[in-house]
Write a protein that binds this ligand. Structure first.
Ligand code: SF4
Length: 336
């Protein structure tokens, strides 16, 4: 809660002062067992930075990560990180870079089993690797276990990456744009696999995506980010059918639709031309969306609006819907 991440950059301004990228400001996110939450935004919105903080690849500059309601100590060292990653695993965007080409699938999947002591012998590890391959629908498992990454398609590699994360038996799975580098024809298969595993394993699933249309289909809850700030969230049905924040409305108006798929199979949709994500080295003051917002008011440049509860778990940060008064931010329950 109240997560913040600033990155120093090797760049000085005209006055010789060090510059900082304000990547994430005051982000509040709760994940629940058996529920999928989509974190949606354009490139540069800060969603991957949040996933990396939750995976403890980055330390937050401010705020707190909680797991089962208790603050996570930001201890360094392999033992502390391993203890945390027993519960929280991350699946990366690029299935081509996440597997080591010199090792076979048996090695990739048995390694976490041995490290996290879920298998005490090679025979036990082998059996569990075969079971993992079947759980991600890579069959016959006896054939896949001997293959090397270069012998697999992008979709098959992403299934291996998911199986590797599952080997640890996590409670929280963070999936960072898990299908964006895959062929459109297999994206739905991988999303369906994640949905099935969420149900079977009762996982708290964070699905990071720039595609709000897939969030609508895939996630129970959706949170929208813009330029490092969370601007709207709640049940996916509410957020996508009755969006309140002007940025969510803009994203939905630009969401892919079948009539706008190009001959290469990719969506031709783009956000309307009115502006682009601002530089996060010197972000706009107040609501960072104000330079693009058709409803911007003078107050929008002065400060960021507080969260306004709209009912049914739907909320937004926008002066059009009040300022949220002094309402406290909802508590984080099973958040990592
Ligand atoms: Fe637009 Fe102001 Fe709402 Fe930001 S706070 S989205 S600038 S109306």
């Amino acid at each position: 809660i109240h997560l913040q991440k600033h990155f120093p950059v090797r760049q000085f301004n005209l006055f010789g002062e060090k510059q900082v990228v304000h990547a994430v400001e005051d982000a509040n996110l709760a994940l629940y067992p058996g529920r999928a939450t989509a974190l949606v935004g354009e490139s540069g919105s800060g969603k991957t930075t949040i996933a990396r903080m939750l995976a403890r690849l980055y330390d937050p500059t401010g705020g707190e990560i909680r797991f089962r309601g208790a603050p996570v100590k930001l201890e360094k060292g392999p033992a502390a990180l391993r203890a945390y990653r027993r519960h929280v695993q991350l699946v990366f965007q690029d299935p081509f870079a996440s597997l080591n080409p010199v090792h076979d699938i048996r090695y990739h999947l048995s390694r976490p089993l041995r490290i996290f002591k879920h298998a005490r012998s090679n025979v036990e590890a082998n059996e569990q690797v075969l079971a993992l391959l079947r759980r991600v629908s890579l069959t016959p498992a006896e054939q896949f276990i001997q293959k090397f990454p270069h012998q697999l398609s992008g979709g098959q590699r992403q299934r291996i990456a998911i199986a590797r994360a599952l080997a640890v038996r996590p409670e929280v799975l963070l999936a960072d744009e898990p299908v964006s580098m895959l062929d459109v024809s297999i994206r739905m298969d991988i999303l369906n696999l994640l949905l099935r595993l969420k149900e079977e394993e009762h996982l708290a699933l964070l699905y990071i995506t720039h595609d709000i249309a897939s969030a609508r289909y895939f996630a129970d809850d959706t949170v929208v980010m813009y330029a490092g700030q969370m601007v709207e969230g709640g049940p996916s049905e509410e957020v996508t059918q009755r969006p309140k924040h002007p940025y969510t409305q803009l994203l939905l108006s630009a969401a892919p639709d079948p009539d706008r798929i190009g001959p290469d199979g990719k969506s031709k949709s783009t956000l309307p031309a009115r502006g682009e994500i601002p530089s996060l080295i010197k972000p706009p003051t107040g609501c960072r969306f104000h330079p693009r917002c058709p409803h911007a008011m003078p107050v929008c440049k002065e400060r960021f609006p507080k969260r306004t509860e709209l009912g049914g778990g739907h909320w937004t940060n926008c002066f059009l819907y009040g300022d949220g008064g002094d309402a406290p931010i909802p508590s984080t329950q099973a958040a990592p």
